[in-house]
Design a protein around this ligand. Structure first.
Ligand code: ASP
Length: 462
């Protein structure tokens, strides 16, 4: 007999089936044992009758053991139907039982939502924590959202393209994770803070409409709602303007909500639009929470904040940084102005905001190499070095570059908001702690002397 899923059992009333999964709960009623079996599709109730009274395995069987059973699917008597279970109108009279794996008592309960359990413990035993219904649902919803994005973009002519993980340091504003290059002693790869350079080079390559469900890695200082790696829907398009990009995102997110979260209400369609200046004046933040009723868990206030300043002043070291990244197009091509009054220059840059959280950002990119040089000069690079440092850009663009721009909405934060989760760790299968440790894998960890030697690395012992 072939195994079927618990959810399929209702189609087999009066027939024998084979199912397998985890013992979810056990209730002993005198000579009869009721067991709810759990598999990836849900729960089904099984009955072990008197014939199992002397069966040692059946008597010993405990929650979270993994078993395989064969049995007869019976309609439940009226009054015994459980409307809360998809399989609540049937039960399985067990004929054969086989234990596939025994289990120790779990370090915590997986019955409820689990918010009350110490999070470090949940992260240490994440593979058990993920047996929890809430997290399983979150992962399923995450997949649905990503699949929806893929389908919607493919229909509009986008191509999903993977870009390298071993790459070059990109000036995106965070610290890079570095990977030593064994074959080039003393040289390093950087893990991508985002596929920014690659996606722009794909525009030079004539792809025109690119997207990727991309992992971005940033070695940032601990912050409650940050992860060293996050996932974004990375988009880049050629021959496009800001309006068209925002319009695409607006339509995409409205359809995601309608299809996957029909219980949600969007505060305003079209989404709120405000300039950075207006947002700062009126709300004192560039990511205002524009919900009408902040106590309503099903309200979603999407907003686009536009016209950000091109540069931000870093008083600590008296330097200018790029508000978004250096490849963003300033709203003027007047190089003298850019160099003389950086504080006055606005950029074609926009943020995507949801309920007071930044869930994405993007920009139209500079394709004029003189302007790009001026921007890098403001950022403190020497004119003579710029072409060398960003050689891949300057060279590629010199072969012809279409006007282009893009955006990258984050997937983790969006999901945390729509699922009413308190933080992004609840929507990521294997998240790290605030200080970038993975408690389950126990990393970062030591490596062998041999490995270090091969990599030409010496570490200072603490
Ligand atoms: N690369 C940018 C980011 O990760 C997004 C973009 O400009 O498209 O924030």
């Amino acid at each position: 007999m072939e195994r079927i899923l618990s959810i399929e059992t209702t189609k087999y009333i009066g027939k024998e089936v084979k199912i397998a999964g985890w013992v979810n709960s056990r209730r002993d009623h005198g000579k009869i044992i009721f067991i709810d079996l759990r598999d990836s599709s849900g729960l089904v109730q099984m009955i072990f009758g008197q014939e199992f009274e002397k069966d040692k395995t059946a008597q010993e069987m405990r929650p979270e053991w993994i078993i395989e059973v064969e049995g007869l699917v019976n309609k439940r008597p009226k009054g015994m139907v459980n409307p809360k279970l998809t399989t609540g109108n049937i039960e399985i009279k067990v004929k054969k039982l086989k234990v596939l794996s025994k289990a120790k008592t779990l370090p915590f309960s997986i019955e409820n939502d689990g918010y009350e359990i110490n999070e470090e413990k949940r992260l240490k035993y994440r593979y058990l924590d993920l047996r929890r219904n809430r997290l399983r649902k979150n992962l399923k919803t995450r997949q649905k959202v990503i699949q929806f994005m893929r389908d919607a973009l493919e229909k509009q002519g986008f191509i999903e393209i993977e870009t390298p993980l071993l790459t070059k340091s990109t000036p995106e504003g965070a610290r890079d994770f570095l990977v030593p290059a064994r074959l080039q002693p003393g040289k390093f790869y950087a893990l991508p803070q985002s596929p920014q350079q690659y996606k722009q080079l794909l525009m030079v390559a004539g792809i025109e409409k690119y997207f990727q469900i991309a992992r971005c890695l940033r070695d940032e200082d601990p912050r409650a709602d940050r992860q060293a790696e996050h996932t974004q829907l990375d988009i880049e398009m050629a021959f496009i303007n800001q309006e068209e990009i925002l319009d695409l995102i607006e339509k995409l997110y409205i359809s995601i909500i309608k299809k996957i979260f029909p219980e949600k209400r969007i505060t305003k369609i079209p989404f709120f639009r405000l300039t950075y200046k207006k947002a700062m004046e009126k709300y004192k933040t560039d990511r205002p929470d524009l919900r009408r009723n902040k106590k309503n868990p099903d309200e979603l206030a999407f907003a686009f904040v536009t016209d950000f300043p091109m540069f931000e002043w870093h008083p600590e070291d008296k330097t200018w940084g790029a508000e978004h990244h250096p490849f963003t197009k300033p709203q003027t091509e007047d190089i003298k102005k850019i160099k003389k009054n950086p504080e006055k220059i606005l950029a074609f840059q926009y943020d995507f905001v949801l309920n007071g959280q930044e869930i994405g950002g993007g920009s139209i990119r500079t394709t004029n190499l003189d302007v790009l040089t001026a921007v890098f000069e403001v950022l403190g690079h020497k004119k003579s070095e710029i072409k060398k440092k960003f050689k891949n850009y300057f060279e590629a663009f010199s072969y012809g570059v279409p006007p282009h721009g893009g955006i990258a909405p984050g997937i983790d934060r969006f999901l945390a908001v729509v699922l009413n989760e308190p933080n992004i760790r609840e929507v990521i299968a294997f998240p790290k702690t605030g200080d970038n440790r993975d408690l389950m894998m126990d990393i970062p960890s030591d490596v062998s002397e041999e490995q270090l030697k091969e990599l030409h690395i010496k570490t200072k012992k603490k």
